[in-house]
Design a protein around this ligand. Structure first.
Ligand code: 13P
Length: 284
């Protein structure tokens, strides 16, 4: 069932668990993720970056793939199709017009007032269309960035008040991709932002964060955790281990990483506490 993230993440916040956003890259990954989440009766968010959208043939193609797979595989869990890091109003609009049920507008590279103006435009377009919006404050960078920048509490309050976004992704010390050294999450700031905004918070850069930190993040108000690189590593390691010159059928090649990818998805669902939560959400 294709839904937006509102009920999904509000239930997660109330129930003190988190829903994973797994990024998709092709038809097979989409299928593997859907099948594993269905087997575990877990809600799921399928994240699509702008790069993945270009690779897969555009937002409409992705919407059709996801929608048709849900039908073909008899998927009954709540599934959100979410634009990850939309860089402009135009990109968000394109995803929404193609059937995406949720978008992230990431205007965090601009100063706060400009970020607010761009975000407001996306929120206003999405509201009539039953699409949820995630926004970013501070900047979740990569391990190439210098130093750590944590979101300011009062910036988050102003941003939420003026834009009316549904979910907030504040920079809290996580990075996209692999960490150089230890992840340095600011849990005090996380809790403060959660208490003052009272909306579900999103943690980007889920790869490489210790299990204990993931658990603590959920206690401090995180309801959605984005995971991409870890799936890529699990899938590609399995592929490298198993491939040989007798395997040339592309379907068999991609399938070599299926079990590893599914195992990674299953472990995250268990860690985040969303296993078994699909029915609760459907019945609300
Ligand atoms: P990782 O690649 O570090 O798991 O981060 C994914 C992410 O945050 C997508 O928005």
């Amino acid at each position: 069932m294709l839904v937006n993230m509102k009920r999904m993440l509000e239930s997660a916040k109330d129930g003190k668990y988190a829903v994973a956003q797994f990024n998709i890259n092709n038809l097979e990954w989409t299928r593997f993720i859907l099948e594993e989440c269905q087997s575990n009766n877990s809600p799921v968010i399928l994240g699509v970056s702008e790069g993945a959208a270009k690779y897969m043939g555009g937002y409409k193609t992705i919407y059709d793939i996801v929608n048709d797979l849900i039908d073909y595989l008899h998927i009954t869990i709540p599934v959100a199709l979410h634009l990850d890091h939309g860089s402009s109003f135009e990109v968000c609009k394109e995803a929404i017009d193609s059937g995406f049920t949720s978008v992230m507008i990431d205007a965090s590279m601009y100063e706060l007032n400009e970020n607010i103006e761009i975000t407001k435009k996306v929120v206003s377009y999405s509201k009539d269309r039953d699409v949820t919006v995630e926004g970013e404050i501070g900047h979740v960078g990569s391990n190439m960035d210098q130093g750590i920048m944590y979101a300011e509490v009062m910036d988050c309050v102003k941003y939420l008040k003026e834009t009316g976004i549904d979910f907030l992704a504040p920079a809290l010390g996580s990075v996209h991709g692999l960490y150089k050294g230890e992840p340095k999450l600011n849990f005090d700031r996380m809790l403060e932002i959660s208490k003052i905004t009272n909306i579900p918070l999103v943690l980007h850069g889920g790869t490489g964060i210790y299990d204990s930190q993931i658990k603590k993040s959920i206690e401090c108000g995180i309801s959605k955790i984005n995971i991409n690189t870890e799936l890529q590593i699990a899938w590609s390691n399995a592929l490298k281990e198993k491939i040989n010159s007798d395997i040339y059928d592309p379907r068999k090649i991609i399938k070599l990483g299926e079990d590893a990818l599914k195992e990674c998805v299953r472990n995250k669902i268990i860690l985040l506490g969303s296993k078994g939560k699909a029915n609760t959400q459907n019945n609300i």
